[in-house]
Every structure is written in C-alpha cells, then in structure tokens.
Design a binder for this molecule. Sequence first.
Ligand code: ATP
Ligand code: MG
Length: 470
Amino acid sequence: MLDDKFVSGGKEGVLPRYVLQILTLIEEAGYEAYVVGGAVRDIALGLTPHDFDVASSAYPDEMIEVLSAAGIKHVDMASRHGTVTAVTSEGNVEITAFRVDGEYSDLRRPDEVSFTRSIEEDVRRRDFTVNAMYLGRGGNICDITGGLADLERGIIRSVGEPEVRFTEDALRILRGLRFAAKYGFEIDEKTFEAMEKLSPNLRAVSGERIAEELKGLICAPGASDIIRKAYRILGVIVPELITCHGFEQHSRYHDRDVFEHTLAVLDGIPFKEDNSGGCIPCRDAELAAAAILHDLGKPESFVMNDDGIGHMKGHPEVSMRIAVRVLGELKCSKEFTENVTGLVQLHDTFFKPDRYIVHRFMSEHPLSFLRKLAVLQRADILAHSEYGQNRLERLDALEAIAAALVREGAAFSIKDLAVKGSDLIEEGVPEGPEVGKVLSEVFDAYMRGEVANDAGSMLSYIREHILTVS
Ligand code: ATP
Ligand code: MG
C-alpha cells in the first residue's frame, strides 16, 4: 500500500531535516504547511525527490515574517505570485501560499492570483491528481482528488474538468504527456480526449516552456509509447511528425515507416549512466532531440524510382533545416541547437575507416560531440532492417580508430602541437598569417602520420618540407 510510505512521515526521514524544519516553523506560527507536488508523488513511488515544494495557508508576508523571526534566509522575488524561497545550507524550499488562480485570458497565465486559507481551493488549481497530494510533517496526507489511487493504478488524470483545465493553461497538455512518459502511466481517456481537442492552444504557449516539457518527455523511459499515442498533439509543434507518420520508405534498408523508425532510434538512445539510485532513468536531451529530428526531412526528399525503390538522398540536410526551425521556435540555447543540428546533419555520414580521415574529422569536432554522434548512428543503424545492418561493421571500425587515437593521446588541435607560433618565428617565418598556415600544414602532416608530435621532429619537418618549398 502506498499509504504505508507516508505513515512514518518525518519521523523516519522520508522528509529531509531542513524541510521538516520549515514545516515545523510555519505550523508553530499557527499556519498549515505541507510538502506538495512532485516530491509527494516521488516519495509515494519510492523514488528520491529532486526538490521540495511546500504549500501553506500563510500568506507571503506572513511567511516572510516567520522565516525572518527564525533567522532563515529567504528570497521573495516571486512573492506577488505567492512564492517565497527559504534558503538553508542543506537546500532551498519553495513555499507557496494556498492560491486561487484568476481568469486565464491568454491561455497561458492567470491574469491574477489570490491567496486563500483553504487547502481545498489550492487543490483545485493543480494540474493532475498525482500532483495534488499534500504531505504533512507527521506523515498525514491530504488527497482530495484521489491522487494516491491514480498513482497506484498508474493514471494521469486532470484535477477537475480536463477541457477547462487545458483551456486555462495549454502547457498542462505537455506536462501530462511528460508525466505519463516518465512513469510509464496511462492517460485517463477523458483527459486525453481533451488534450487532443485543445492541442491547437499550444501555439499560444512560449517556446521556452514548451521546450522544457518536450525535453522531459523525449528523455523519459516511456517516450516512444506516448509520442506514438500523442503524435497529433505533438504535430501542433512539429508538423513534420504527422507527415512522417505512416510514410513508407520503399527501401530494403527499412522495415518501418519513417515515424516508427524514428521512435525505434529514440528507443535505442541509452539512458545516462550517472543516474544515482532512486531516480527514473533519463536520456541525454541532445541525443533524444537529434533522434526525433534526424529523419523529419525524409518525406520532402523522397523520390520513387521506376522500379519502385524509394530514395531519400540529401535528407539529412533537409532534416537539419527543419531542426534549425523547430529549435529556433522553441528558443533553445545556441549550444543545444548547434549540437543537435550537427548530429542531425551528420547522422548518415560514414567515412572510410582510414586513420587520417578519422583524425581530421576528430580535429573538426569536440570529442563529446563525436561520442554522441556515434551513439546516434548506432541507434539509427539498429533501427534499420536486417539488410541495413551492414553499416555496423563500418561504425565499429571508425570507433576503433577514434578510440586508438584517444588512447595514444593524439593531438586534435594545432594548440596541442609540440611546436608553437613563437618557434616558427624563431625559424624565420614572418609574423602574421604565414605562421598559422605553416602550423596547419605541419598539423596535417602529423595527422597523415608523416611526422611525430615532438618539437625536434616537427621543426626538422618544417625546415625540410614546408619552409624550403615556399
Ligand atoms: P517535477 O518537478 O518532477 O517536474 P512537479 O510535479 O514537482 O514535477 P513542478 O513544475 O515542480 O512539477 O510543479 C510543482 C507543482 O505545482 C505540480 O506538482 C503541480 O501541483 C503544480 N503545477 C505546476 N505547474 C502547473 C500548471 N501549469 N498548472 C497547474 N498546476 C501546476
Ligand atoms: Mg517540482
């Protein structure tokens, strides 16, 4: 029984000491205070919460008074919305006053919020039943909407009328999909129908907020099942997903349509290893995004030969163009966008497994990027038909060369060479662009295996092969 998890409440350390301290302080001042939202959900599932939100009957100015009197540092930048953050050496706690949200005239944010002493009213503004449970410091739990039962059965269900709730805030649609994907839950039928019906309202939600939820969704263990179920909803944000759905490839390299192939690639992206116990496994967001985007350009690039064979030449470039647009609309960071679009562009590029070619390629991209590219390429190959598996051998050979170069401590940049610009100037090379030119020539010779990376060999090579020629 999930209830058992709460019984011992604070006493046996379900809640950390600093959180208990905050709850106690507020209660002793005569107000109610509970841990709420994700932390309660995760504790009930036996997982480790990543942060603790507290809901309280105290109004923001009252909270500030309680915290100040106890000498606890706090930040009150969001107090207008009801939130004060208590800052302790063990961690921060966001304390939010019980709240009633006003009208949502822009489908995004309430026009105004007002505070209330009533937990029942605070419950009603929460998005899903599994997020609307309150845990007191003694292990007492307030679960008005049946969140525990839904958690036990694995169901995401709106608090109140789903259509009303998604009309108020369309982002909740994506939050619901994210929670379902994270925990492998089903979505209540009526809730899902409302999600589909109101999905066009997602166009009114800011790119940043959408991006955050989408990243959470695609990195989650149950992502492919939820994306398959909700592709029409996600198509409001990325219309190409709908074009790819059911798009047959007419190629012996493939036994799935573009959409199903895409999901198989996503499934093939491994979970991060640094996942400490008690957390739900999670993929790298750049890799997950690249998996989703890598073949979106296929329908546009598709050509059918007379013999009925499909070709999608140039699709990585088209997919990259789509990726640039999508990630731009979602206001993703420059670094994220560059890495993801780079992965999409190169996902189908397999060089000859030649040491020089690999070394040169490695000098053009950071190692962290190349590691991700290899992961994406492996997942992509494995999502091809049996006939398409022959590329694995080539990828293995390329990876073996790359691994050997790393093991040998090879130089991947001019900066890592044993000779510097100042050495060349001493040799009589005129200061200016000429120095850079000679360095790149010797770097290329080094990658070709013509000279070792030590100062003596490099200077002799430069004297014999570069300076004498020019
Ligand atoms: P996690 O932090 O693991 O993503 P969470 O449930 O804690 O999950 P938060 O975004 O931290 O999610 O929000 C805390 C709580 O605030 C939620 O559990 C929910 O009760 C409420 N909440 C957050 N966003 C919304 C929203 N858009 N509409 C209604 N309630 C929301
Ligand atoms: Mg949270």
